[in-house]
Design a protein around this ligand. Structure first.
Ligand code: OXD
Ligand code: MN
Length: 586
């Protein structure tokens, strides 16, 4: 074994004092045994194997159901390098605080050592990690989310280069929960949570927070983006990467089913990824994106035949469900959004539950974990070690009134500006302050491992190296009418907007230049066979309200001010220009 691996394992074993160490090899026999053990201990419940082959249900602790941003830290030397959007702690201080909490935390337990690859093993873009964890649930989820096993370990042993991920569920004690990142030594320490985003360290911790720092230093982009390919009737596929804040339908868009109108003509959509894109500058001056993960860890409620039929098919077998409703009628699962609520059921808290109770049976952040290869529309490029070339990048958010259905940035720099001002209005489910804009630049606010002003600058620098950059767009599926109803039907029909985006990426399709960028002329959005949507409604969805935009500019200005003068000049200039143009319009 590589000395760096041996040293690290020795260190964490001495600190955590597990009874036993188990290396995860990736073999079926080993996983079978682990499933058996987890069912015996009650950590997993084996579901109806005829209806859901190889599927299991897990319930988390009630205090451990979501990512905990206030317990998530970036531990770099200077506070300024973490920036105003991250919690910061000096590395030495965090290490010494956490060492006390880890001390002896695995006594009486096993430490599983999970070697994994982010990307295809052997690709020059792939990075490797080892996660040490005391949780079988983590092992079994990691098997789906990353490329785990001996092949990854062999690569790690060749170079000694890996991200050191230490996870202990310990007592799942909320007060002593920490998700700490040490970018200078590629290390992640997570303790007292077993929730996916806090415990599957390959995902947000490695593939976004640590990788964004690596990407800054190595000239690439680690982004919170889905990747999809749109195949036209001639068989040509154009690839798009898209960033949306949580709860804006990223997974649904990644697997969109084109409406009849498009399907009949021969359009197809292929999913490459639903959450994390690692994007490199190609020798051809284009951007190339790959999905760093190998599975989906998606939100269950709302996943339905209407919103995402491909995901329902993906979930028919080999899936782990967390915090959904247990249907006791036939030992299956259910969540809000599916038909036929069960009559005899336990909710996510393991309590008797009926839809008539008026409470939610599945936790709003209940999840499924499943391998991407099971998705009926998975792209044949999913395993391509070079990734796929991007024609377009889309940003978006949930905005009731300000942003139009779609716009195209004037150029790369202006596109970075559009990404930097992204935001989403909070929904009633999330907070009592409905409609408050939470700025979430590039959907990376909780995931950027360094100062976001430097991150914007990095985006600008990457653009300078591209001779054939993807075009940058912004979409907003969430405009509402005066009664608060969504105007745009969304889901499948978002294909009509993607259609304009692809055409614009090929320099066709008409648009009008507005203060905020190019907006399509109404006739450019195909509304054939779309019930209830008229050209006037499209005009309205594409319109800009000058006074709301003036308010928006003020709001963006105060967000920029939090970076204490570090925002790149060209973004400040873009904001000033926007303000000037809004003023001349009125
Ligand atoms: C996720 C998230 O879990 O963005 O993917 O919160
Ligand atoms: Mn995400």
């Amino acid at each position: 074994m590589n000395t760096k691996v041996r040293q690290w394992v020795d260190e964490i074993v001495t600190m955590c004092e597990p009874d036993e160490i188990v290396w995860i090899t990736g073999s079926k026999e080993q996983y079978d045994k682990l499933y058996e053990e987890a069912c015996k201990s009650g950590e997993l419940i084996k579901l109806n194997q005829e209806k859901h082959p190889n599927c299991y249900l897990h319930r988390s602790r009630q205090n451990d159901v979501a990512r905990t941003e206030d317990k998530t830290f970036i531990c770099c030397d200077n506070k300024e390098d973490a920036g105003p959007t991250n919690n910061w702690c000096a590395p030495d201080e965090m290490y010494s605080k956490l060492k006390k909490i880890y001390k002896g935390s695995m006594k009486g337990k096993k430490m599983y050592l999970i070697p994994f690859a982010m990307g295809v093993v052997g690709s020059k873009f792939t990075k490797y990690g080892i996660e040490a964890s005391d949780s079988i649930y983590v092992v079994l989820n990691m098997e789906k989310m990353a490329r785990v096993g001996q092949a990854a370990l062999d690569k790690i042993n060749e170079t000694g280069d890996f991200v050191k991920c230490l996870h202990a569920s310990k007592d799942v004690d909320f007060d002593e929960r920490y998700i700490a990142h040490f970018p200078h030594d590629n290390t992640i320490w997570s303790i007292n949570s077993a929730y996916g985003g806090n415990a599957l360290l390959s995902k947000k911790c490695f593939a976004l927070r640590i990788a964004s720092c690596n990407a800054r230093d190595e000239d690439w982009l680690a982004e919170h983006m889905l990747i999809l390919g749109i195949e036209n009737p001639q068989g040509e596929v154009s690839y798009i990467a898209a960033a949306f804040p949580s709860a804006c339908g990223k997974t649904n868009l990644a697997m969109i089913v084109p409406p009849e109108l498009y399907a009949k003509k021969g359009y197809k959509v292929w999913c490459v990824g639903d959450d994390i894109a690692w994007i490199r500058i190609g020798d051809d001056g284009r951007l190339w994106a790959m999905n760093a993960e190998s599975g989906f860890f998606g939100v269950a409620p709302g996943t339905s035949r209407n919103s995402n039929p491909n995901m329902l098919k993906t979930l028919e077998s080999n899936a782990i469900f967390t915090n959904v409703v247990h249907n006791l009628n036939d030992n299956t699962i259910w969540w809000e959004g599916l038909p036929n609520p069960p009559t005899d059921a336990l909710d996510w808290k393991n309590e008797k539950w009926s839809v008539e109770d008026g409470t939610k049976g599945a936790h709003p952040n209940s999840r499924f974990t499943v391998k991407a290869e099971q998705c009926p529309c998975i792209s044949k490029e999913f395993d391509n070690p070079n990734g796929v070339p991007l024609s377009a990048i889309i940003f978006g958010g949930r905005r009731a009134k300000t942003f139009p259905l779609v716009l195209q940035s004037k150029d790369w720099e202006h596109g970075v500006f559009i990404g930097s001002i992204m935001g989403s209005e909070t929904t009633a489910a999330a907070t009592s302050a409905v409609g408050v804009v939470r700025r979430d630049p590039m959907a990376m606010l909780p995931f950027c491992g360094y100062n976001m002003a430097d991150y914007f600058n990095h985006w600008l620098n990457v653009g300078k190296k591209l001779t054939n950059p993807p075009k940058i767009f912004n979409v907003n599926w969430f405009r509402t009418d005066d009664d608060g109803n969504f105007v745009w039907p969304g889901f499948s029909d978002n294909m009509r907007v993607l259609d304009w985006i692809i055409r614009r990426s090929n320099d066709v399709g008409e648009a009008e230049l507005t203060p905020i960028g190019f907006v399509p002329t109404a006739s450019e959005i195909n509304i054939n066979e779309l019930n209830g949507i008229t050209t006037d409604i499209i005009k309205n969805l594409l319109s800009l309200d000058n006074s709301l935009w003036k308010e928006e500019v003020k709001n963006i200005q105060s967000f920029y001010n939090t970076f204490e003068g570090k925002i790149p000049e060209s973004l400040k200039k873009a904001l000033l220009e926007l303000e000037k143009e809004l003023n001349t319009k009125n």
